[in-house]
Design a protein around this ligand. Structure first.
Ligand code: PRP
Length: 195
């Protein structure tokens, strides 16, 4: 590997060493995702249903959620970008990948990993609503209400969490840590802040 491609992160033996504390453990995640799946089973029984996962952070939640859903449904994906490589939201939302399917007349649930400032979902909900779905609702695994900058209605929240920098279960810092099986608080030293 050439020096220009070397990133110190790859020297680490385990990503767990960068976690200050576990905020939501694996058992709690499994239990809550099962409950959210059961809500969808009840509310969308005998209805057409399309789940829209917002890449990349929601992939683990989406993968577990659809296995907790027992009714027929389809899935699709969108990709947005708001953070770049930093830790705070810029408020600028870009669509990197749009849906493959039309949502006109369909029951749609947007599946997110986290709502922070609210800019991403505010924008996504607006543009998807313009496509005239039969219904459009929002399910997020995590919500950081303290960080909200725009008012949005969220239909289902897995866990409401404090304003701490969290990674794992799909959530990243600089594209790393998504594979941690729990939601953990990153040590401030990792992103250059004092402990
Ligand atoms: C994160 C997260 C949400 C968004 C929430 O995505 O997955 O989509 O930020 O922040 P907001 O409420 O302040 O808009 P990110 O842009 O980091 O991309 P990723 O999912 O690929 O990690």
């Amino acid at each position: 590997m050439s020096a220009s491609f070397h990133r110190p992160i790859f020297d680490k033996v385990s990503l767990h060493q960068d976690i200050a504390k576990v905020l939501v453990d694996e058992v709690s995640l499994r239990q809550r995702v099962r409950e959210l799946g059961e809500i969808i089973n009840r509310e969308y029984a005998h209805k057409d249903l399309l789940l829209v996962s917002v890449l990349k952070g929601s992939i683990i939640f989406m993968a577990d959620l659809i296995r907790a859903i027992t009714i027929p449904h389809e899935i699709d994906f969108m990709a947005t970008s708001s953070y770049g490589a930093g830790v705070s939201s810029s408020g600028v939302v870009r669509i990197l990948k749009d849906l493959n399917t039309s949502i006109e007349g369909r029951n749609v649930i947007i599946v997110e990993d986290i709502i922070d400032s609210g800019h991403t979902l505010n924008y996504l909900a607006r543009i998807l609503q313009e496509r005239r779905p039969a219904s459009l609702r929002i399910m997020t695994l995590l919500d950081k209400p303290e960080r909200r900058e725009v008012d949005i209605h969220v239909d289902w929240v897995g866990f409401s969490i404090p304003n701490e920098f969290v990674v794992g279960y799909g959530l990243d810092y600089n594209e790393i840590y998504r594979n941690l099986p729990y939601i953990g608080v990153l040590k401030p030293s990792v992103y250059g802040a004092p402990e």
